[in-house]
Design a protein around this ligand. Structure first.
Ligand code: FMN
Ligand code: SF4
Length: 422
């Protein structure tokens, strides 16, 4: 039986008010961190906990923090990735809406660990309400000297600033995000150098996802061994938020350890599909990951089990698709998104995403030609592993999986106009 950790207080009224958060034990963990632990100890604890980034790639957080050069004469920055523009993903905004102080406390402990005195929360422009909630929480914290000079009366200064993006998906990619904060066009940078060494304004920078950071105070308070024991698998530790949407009876954000299976999530937690329709497929981790067929959903919702099934945990945005949905239409819509969001720097991505969209549009409207499914597969192949950032791969991989797994449906669309699904 899993007991909620990150979302345990989300039902409490007025949790965004400092007094409510503190009454429930809030801001104790940052005090403990500042008084009892050195920054290096916290980095080590996070390493030992096995925490992996919740933003998509699953990179071990403590290891990333360890890449910050010691004794640099430049300031170190912490950038919090709250862009959350991946279709099907809405867990981070859920955290911010319900419990902004938990995020601030996560930032405080993490900033102390990497010795960053300046943190930026980069939030997608459309999330105006969430940005206002964060700014209000920051103002409350500044008033009590929980932010600013010598926070909590200890020898550590910290400022947190909210930066609103302008709605570009590519600004969620960590180096696109840095460019955007610097006021430039959001185009990813070539790596190396990696941001931990040369990031924001050329200074050492850590970029972490919102959900990643709210785990950190719990690791400090309860110990890395406690965290590592959650989930039973040493490579997939700690609590995890899943955002489930699409044709399920009870969509929403749910917290479990990573032993929960996709099947349990859909049928036991979300009550199965609306109108009890049959399942056609599930996107387990946001629009950029390959789809799973109904017979593939008895799989643990962790990084490695999903990788072994040929897909990814990604952003843990689970999109449930029922029978009656046209997969050609799904493919065209996903391709349209990536064609629109490609930043255009790399020809395989710029041209590839545009071609995928054009061809799928033609197939959907009944004007496709025989051989175009193979052409799509070839374009997808050429889009992978040749670009500055992974958006190109992220556009190609789901399309490939739709064609491979629902090929008969695509072929049917080629042979006659219109769609048997609608
Ligand atoms: C096109 C693209 C969009 C991304 N969007 C997000 C996002 O909205 N939020 C996020 O946390 N990570 C996003 N990422 C992943 C980030 O580049 C980065 O890996 C992540 O913020 C690191 O945080 P973590 O280690 O805590 O997961 C995106 C990556 C790509 C390639
Ligand atoms: S892969 Fe696409 S989005 Fe990423 S840098 Fe290249 S063109 Fe831009």
């Amino acid at each position: 039986m899993f007991t909620k950790i990150l979302t345990r207080n989300f039902d409490q009224p007025d949790l965004h008010e400092m007094e409510v958060y503190e009454k429930l034990g809030g801001y104790r963990m940052i005090r403990q961190a500042l008084r009892r632990h050195t920054p290096e100890e916290i980095v080590q604890m996070v390493q030992r906990s096995g925490l992996r980034g919740r933003g998509g790639a699953g990179f071990p957080t403590g290891i990333k923090w360890g890449f910050i050069p010691r004794n640099s004469d430049k300031p170190t920055y912490l950038c919090v990735n709250a862009d959350e523009s991946e279709p099907g993903t809405f867990k981070d905004r859920h955290i911010i809406l319900h419990d902004p102080h938990q995020l601030l406390e996560g930032i405080m402990v993490s900033a102390y660990a990497i010795q960053s005195r300046r943190a930026f929360i980069y939030i997608r422009g459309e999330m105006a309400r969430e940005a206002a909630i964060l700014n209000d929480a920051i103002a409350q914290a500044e008033k009590k000297n929980y932010l600013g000079h010598r926070i909590f009366g200890e020898d550590f200064d910290l400022q947190i600033q909210v930066v609103r993006g302008a709605g570009a998906y590519i600004c969620g990619e960590e180096t696109g995000l840095l460019e955007s904060i610097e006021g430039k066009r959001g185009q990813p940078r070539t790596k190396p150098p990696f941001p931990a060494v040369c990031g924001l304004y050329g200074c050492p920078t850590i970029i972490n996802n919102v959900e990643t950071l709210i785990n950190v105070p719990h690791i400090v308070a309860n110990g890395p061994e406690w965290f590592a024991a959650i989930g039973k698998d040493p490579r997939n530790t700690g609590p995890k938020l899943y955002g489930v949407s699409g044709q399920v009876k009870r969509p929403g954000v749910y917290e479990f350890d990573m032993t929960i299976t996709l099947k349990e999530l859909i049928y036991d937690v979300c009550g199965g599909l609306t109108e009890n329709r049959a399942l056609k497929g599930v996107i387990p981790g946001g629009s950029s990951v390959p789809i799973l067929l109904p017979e593939e959903i008895d799989v643990a919702m962790d990084f490695d089990s999903l990788a072994a099934r040929g897909t990814m945990l990604g952003s843990a945005g689970v999109v449930v698709i029922g029978e009656g949905t046209c997969m050609v239409r799904v493919a065209r819509r996903v391709a349209q998104f990536y064609a629109f969001e490609s930043c255009g720097q790399c020809p395989p991505c710029r041209e590839g995403t545009a071609w995928l969209h054009k061809i799928l549009q033609r197939i959907e409207s009944g004007g496709g030609h025989p051989g175009e499914l193979d052409l799509l597969a070839e374009i997808c192949d050429n889009m992978k592993s040749h670009t500055i950032c992974p958006l190109s791969d992220a556009a190609a991989m789901p399309i490939e999986s739709y064609i491979r797994k629902y090929r008969a449906e695509f072929e049917e669309h080629l042979s006659r106009p219109g769609c048997a699904c609608s």
